[in-house]
Design a protein around this ligand. Sequence first.
Ligand SMILES: C[S@@+](CC[C@H](N)C(=O)[O-])C[C@H]1O[C@@H](n2cnc3c(N)ncnc32)[C@H](O)[C@@H]1O
Length: 292
Amino acid sequence: MSTLFSGRGFSGKIKISQKEFFELRDIIYELSGIFLQDNRRFLVENRFATRLSELELKNYTEYIDYLKNHFKGRSEELNMLTELITTNETSFFRDNSQLKIFQNFTLKKFIDAGNESGRREIKIWSAGCSSGEEPYTLAIILHETLKSEIGKWRIKITANDISTNVLKMAEKGLYTKYSLRTTPAPIILKYFKNIGNDVFQINPEVKRLVKFSKINLNIESQVKLIPKSHIVFCRNVIIYFDKKMKIKVLSGFHNNLLDNGHLYVGHSESLHSVTDKFKPRQHAGTITYHKI
Ligand SMILES: C[S@@+](CC[C@H](N)C(=O)[O-])C[C@H]1O[C@@H](n2cnc3c(N)ncnc32)[C@H](O)[C@@H]1O
């Protein structure tokens, strides 16, 4: 049943009416490309409850008005909104079977080509990198693959996200056991230092391969600033976008990729019926997408 009025629910949280939800959803979409399905009203009520009470606002109409008309604090509030609406779930070595394909197929291809041409360079873009677990994982895989040869290679992993908070965590390179829950034990021993209280510090040789910056995938001029890449990772990000935004973002990846570049998306994400700019290739348990 739709709520025609805003008030407080049983939980004490301010309820959002359908009209307010649609208005707030439009603001979020315009800002980030993140599209909230109709059944996400509950999520909004949960995530925004504290913010509304901090601002001493009585309902979502007041919050929407604040977002639209509070010119002095507008950009700060939009940043706050971004932090509240993004889902930053991640871990080191997430979906390891896909990463094995990355190591044994994609990376091998670019390493062989670099050794053959003498142009030993690999550029990777981790788009929607959250707190850094994904790009650091890729850097570890590069160390594991190239071993003592790594010094002969120019490696650049560009990692970015729309959320300032997760980027600050990524820059620190300090993690809890939770972030390492999908990481093989020998890798933890080799590339992390337990600095006490179950805090694990990433190895500086891994850290130096990754450069973090803030970009919004919904803003073309920002996307264009990313250096051209051999490989793009954008896993578990486009799942939050609608078809129009997916097409826009995938077109940005296509422009960014060098000839024969590869794209990796999350295992529950597909480019099928979204774009034909990439040729899918099926591997055991994963699909790689190749720039056409
Ligand atoms: C679920 S995390 C995925 C992290 C990592 N790629 C992984 O698979 O483990 C999704 C990330 O995408 C980011 N994101 C969402 N919309 C974005 C946008 N418009 N521009 C840049 N990053 C965005 C979120 O802030 C979040 O950190």
